[in-house]
Design a protein around this ligand. Structure first.
Ligand SMILES: [Fe+2]
Ligand SMILES: [Fe+2]
Length: 200
């Protein structure tokens, strides 16, 4: 990919500097996932008339906190007055909801549109901005992903971004339920807002 040039002062670094900071915090495979999410987010932003630079930055940094130790997240949840119920969940939820805190602190990104997309990439939200939807879907369909239904997920999202969001929420909830996993309540709120097609 040709180097994406940041022009909107959303981050106090060049892309090359930001890439270096993200790479330093992640394993090679996780970092490469971030590059693919960046690229996929750029494509989805172009297709959907969204802010390409915000989508690119959110994609690149979204998993920055993914490999921090649990104790670091727990300390941040307690010290910064996050919802204490988060302590009943784990990294899969924390690295988005709380990860945005580390991204703001360490990477100097203060833009709420970017930070909210990162907060919401693990749980969604009843109302999601275009950038929220782009990051949520890009993370799910990036070219390195391989799971049953991935091709349908890609086709659905490319035809209609919101349909891609619905597909992903349904797929993720089904997976959690089949695995008898605990579900973070806000994820259920996301499901209720996006997926049911008729009032019960
Ligand atoms: Fe993530
Ligand atoms: Fe990710």
């Amino acid at each position: 990919m040709s180097e994406f040039v940041y022009q909107a002062n959303l981050v106090p670094y060049t892309r090359a500097e930001l890439v270096e900071k993200v790479a330093a915090n992640l394993s090679t495979s996780r970092f490469e996932h971030c590059l693919r999410v960046e690229q996929t987010a750029i494509e989805l932003a172009r297709q959907n008339g969204a802010d390409v630079e915000r989508a690119a930055i959110a994609g690149l940094v979204h998993d920055y906190a993914k490999q921090l130790p649990d104790e670091t997240f727990i300390a941040a949840i307690q010290a910064n007055h996050f919802d204490p119920d988060l302590l009943n969940y784990g990294n899969a939820i924390w690295h988005g909801v709380v990860g945005a805190y580390f991204i703001e602190r360490d990477l100097g990104i203060h833009d709420d549109i970017i930070l909210n997309a990162i907060r919401r990439h693990t749980i969604g939200a009843p109302e999601m901005t275009l950038i929220d939807q782009i990051l949520f879907v890009a993370d799910f369909i990036e070219p390195g992903r391989d799971f049953p239904g991935i091709e349908q997920a890609r086709q659905t999202a490319k035809a209609d971004l919101a349909a891609g969001v619905r597909y992903e929420i349904l797929n993720t909830l089904s997976f959690l339920i089949k695995g008898q996993k605990k579900i973070y309540p806000k994820t259920i709120d996301t499901y209720n807002a996006w997926v049911p097609t008729q009032e019960q």
